[in-house]
Write a protein that binds this ligand. Structure first.
Ligand code: CP
Ligand code: NVA
Length: 315
């Protein structure tokens, strides 16, 4: 069975640690030039949704690993005229060596993996965003650790996610955080609390959750090491915009909330950010914000994820 990275838990904790070590090495040695991990390989990048960071970091990353990235807007493929995912995937399996896919339904990335016979990387679905959560764990290890990617440096840290706690980022952070013993607190309106699908993800992976939910932002921020937020209106939820903004307003990450956190707490955001909505301009641009290191780390971590898949599938 070809290994893919469709869910945060598709790597064991040990494999994820190996990913982070490799990412640290790739980051240190980037200037040394193009590698030959993907020599002779063409990887397809399919986007059903918009992207800046994911598209660019994968495209650059595949090039830097020695491969040839081929970016496709799903709307330009025959898929948009009714060709099935199964047939599209089978065709791609005949031409390419791997796929990176951003889709709405998780089933689409699962089906591409099932029918293509290729390693597939989930580049965000409505359910999960595991490449971002891995980059976030790595960024926390850099921030709290003295050197390299030491998983012990994030164990027991209080990580609070504010806003839409039923979104892809909240779920992926709960899963990845639980793999590393992070105390993940999901904080948002009751109406947007995690659904049963999050518990199912934990059960399917036999992973013990280390997350909790609260609708009290002050209690959540107290003693936090990381304050994290994401847009209140995820891609595909645009029609709910006014309602979401009204209900999530009390969960804005701002200076007042930050005062309750630990002295050296950092602010993180997967980006793109909506300044003045989920985060105040002062926090977003302030000295505690590590958003650009976080975004940069997408590149290094994704190169390591792809390299791990290549290694596991060769072995
Ligand atoms: N964080 C993230 O995935 O950004 P993009 O939507 O720009 O890819
Ligand atoms: N929750 C956001 C993440 C964007 C990277 C979305 O799905 O739009």
């Amino acid at each position: 069975m070809v290994r893919s990275f469709l869910r945060d838990t598709d790597f064991s904790r040990d494999e994820a640690c190996e990913v982070f070590e490799l990412a640290a090495r790739y980051k240190r040695l980037r200037a040394a030039g193009v590698l030959d991990v993907l020599k002779g390989q063409s990887w397809g990048l399919i986007f059903f949704k918009k992207s800046t960071r994911t598209r660019l970091s994968f495209e650059a990353g595949i090039y830097e690993l020695g491969g040839h990235p081929m970016v496709m807007n799903a709307g330009d493929l025959q898929l948009s005229r009714g060709e099935t995912v199964a047939d599209t995937a089978k065709i791609m399996g005949r031409y390419l060596h791997g796929l990176v896919i951003r889709a709405f339904e998780q089933e689409v990335v699962d089906d591409f993996a099932k029918h293509s016979g290729l390693p597939v990387v989930n580049a965000l679905t409505d359910l999960l965003h595991p490449c971002q959560s891995y980059a976030d764990m790595f960024t926390m290890m850099e921030y709290f650790g003295s050197e390299g990617a030491n998983p012990d440096s994030i164990k027991g840290r209080k990580f609070v996610f504010f806003g839409d706690t039923a979104c892809n980022m909240a779920y992926s952070l709960a899963l990845a955080g639980s793999m590393f013993g992070v105390e993940v607190v999901l904080c948002g309106p009751e109406e947007f609390r995690p659904g049963p699908e999050l518990d199912e993800l934990f059960a399917d992976a036999s992973l013990k959750p280390s997350y909790s939910f609260t609708s009290d932002p002050a209690a959540a921020a107290k003693g936090a090491d990381i304050l994290y937020t994401d847009v209140w209106v995820s891609m595909g939820k645009e029609e709910e915009k006014a309602d979401r903004i009204a209900k999530m307003a009390p969960y804005q990450v701002n200076e007042k909330l930050f005062k309750l956190a630990n002295k050296n707490a950092a602010f993180m955001h997967c980006l793109p950010a909506h300044s003045g909505e989920e985060v105040s301009e002062g926090v977003l641009r302030g000295s505690r914000s590590i958003i650009f290191d976080e975004a940069e780390n997408r590149l290094h971590v994704q190169k390591a994820i792809i390299s791990m898949l290549v290694k596991k599938n060769a072995g």
